[in-house]
Design a protein around this ligand. Sequence first.
Ligand SMILES: Nc1ncnc2c1ncn2[C@@H]1O[C@H](COP(=O)(O)OP(=O)(O)OP(=O)(O)O)[C@@H](O)[C@H]1O
Ligand SMILES: [Mg+2]
Length: 230
Amino acid sequence: MITTTLLHDSQSGGVKSILTASGLSHSFDYTLFENVDINIHQKESIAVLGVSGSGKSTLLHILATLLKPQYGEVIYGDGYMYEQGDKKLLEIRRDDIGIIFQSHYLFKGFSVKENLEISSMISGNSIDMDLIKKLKIDDTMHQNVSELSGGQQQRVSIARVLLKKPKLIFADEPTGNLDRQTANEVMDVMLEYIEKNNAGLFIVTHDEKVASRCNSAYRLQDKRLFPVTI
Ligand SMILES: Nc1ncnc2c1ncn2[C@@H]1O[C@H](COP(=O)(O)OP(=O)(O)OP(=O)(O)O)[C@@H](O)[C@H]1O
Ligand SMILES: [Mg+2]
């Protein structure tokens, strides 16, 4: 069960809810989790920790329009996410949701700039060079993404997601390939983004230091989501 002190009633004119999920259960070969509730509000960051195989990425995919849960509901805006038609679901994914995947899917064979232009086209904005500098990828713009290190590719995929101006960011191990200082800087960029854009952040991580920077942290364990204090 998720509640945080930050949350206010969405009707009260306070912090607005962006996504509410309740009673989520999902199994593949075994039951990953049961009866998980999540609420993501504007300007809120939520971290989920848990051992490998506990179902963190699966939970993230369910919240991010990619996987219909076997049980439970995901409410996005004023509708049930998985009861929308495919077209509407695609629109939500394209316009409102930014997903930083555990394995980043950049367009190999294209330059960093070309990879970023796709997102800025979707949002109708030009590439925000301040953001690119903060992520320290300004020197890589004309390089082919396959020439970049893992950490650089990860930062390009984060830039690509933020340039789309999503209302919700789902980040699956976004700092996995980064040293401590760069991980902190990437967290600065994402937290600043949600603050400025009234967006929400749901992040899966193995790194307790990264989780401790979020408003709330949970551990997926024994098929449940437990609040943790870090
Ligand atoms: N599409 C799928 N079909 C079948 N099994 C799946 C599928 N996706 C995930 N699983 C299984 O569900 C379990 C949880 O996977 P998941 O990727 O959600 O774990 P995770 O907590 O993100 O792990 P990690 O920390 O290693 O990324 C794993 O045993 C995985 O093999
Ligand atoms: Mg995972």
